[in-house]
Write a protein that binds this ligand. Structure first.
Ligand code: ZN
Length: 267
């Protein structure tokens, strides 16, 4: 659906709404069904690169103390997550349409609108807080000024606590505050190319966990973390870009400290 010119346009400051508006079904789109999947994947890839870039800019803004710009950047990230979902759902609706294309184009809108209504009715928690790019953004911003303390749960509103809190609104605490080690439990050194299990969220250096899988004769292995019984294979992991950045920042901080200590020693 998008040609190269469209993609170039979208990289030159076209708004998210402009892109969303392009996702309406026309007959010539149906004629091009076979190329739809690759177009969608290219656009989603662009959006996700933008999300990663937002996290970089966010840490700069936090360092500068520019909370206004940071808040609008976070809003833009949420819009990007909505857009990513919209585009993926557009693709899913196409796939359903292709399965029974005899029922005509009107089914497309039914499939698409129904799902989008459900999505739009969801809370911020369901839409954003478990999206790995959103947690990456929040974690990186938090770590600028709180390098040694764990990030509070996303959606945690301390004004509610002061007012007594205690209602059953599950938006209150959605992701437990956790402080993950920056070192691989298998190599006991800084994570290198960290990968995280989609199911149990345990993180390992890629080479270490791949090595473990390859030394095991069966195609699956039980998670090596004590007490974790999750079984996984090579497909169970995603590249953990958040952990990669946190390690890079920690290494940077360590080098800065080492340099200033050397300086003091000389004095
Ligand atoms: Zn595990």
């Amino acid at each position: 659906m998008l040609n190269d010119q469209d993609i170039m346009d979208s990289q030159q400051g076209v708004s998210l709404e402009d892109i969303t508006d392009r996702f309406h079904l026309l007959q010539h789109h149906v004629d091009r069904l076979p190329s739809l999947t690759s177009d969608t994947d290219i656009v989603v890839d662009m959006i996700r690169k933008g999300m990663s870039h937002a996290s970089n800019v966010a840490t700069d803004l936090e360092e500068l103390g520019d909370s206004t710009m940071l808040a609008s950047l976070e809003d833009a990230l949420k819009e990007s997550i909505d857009l990513e979902y919209t585009i993926n759902q557009h693709k899913a609706a196409f796939m359903k349409l292709r399965a029974d294309v005899g029922d005509g184009l009107e089914k497309f809108d039914a499939y698409f609108d129904q799902d989008m209504q459900q999505y739009n009715a969801k809370s911020d928690k369901d839409k954003y807080y478990e999206h790995e790019k959103y947690t990456e953004f929040k974690q990186l911003v938090w770590s600028v000024n709180h390098p040694d303390s764990p990030m509070p749960a996303l959606g945690f509103d301390d004004t509610k606590m002061e007012n007594g809190g205690g209602d059953d609104d599950d938006d209150d605490v959605v992701i437990a505050a956790t402080k993950k080690s920056l070192k691989c439990p298998l190599t006991t050194t800084w994570f290198e190319n960290p990968v995280t299990s989609k199911s149990c969220k345990h993180t390992f250096s890629k080479a270490a966990i791949i090595g473990l899988l390859e030394r095991t004769l069966s195609p699956t292995v039980v998670c090596p973390m004590p007490g974790c019984r999750q079984v996984f294979d090579k497909q169970s992991f995603y590249d953990d870009t958040l952990m990669e950045r946190l390690v890079a920042r920690a290494k940077e901080a360590e080098e800065t400290n080492a340099r200033s200590e050397q300086f003091h020693d000389v004095v």
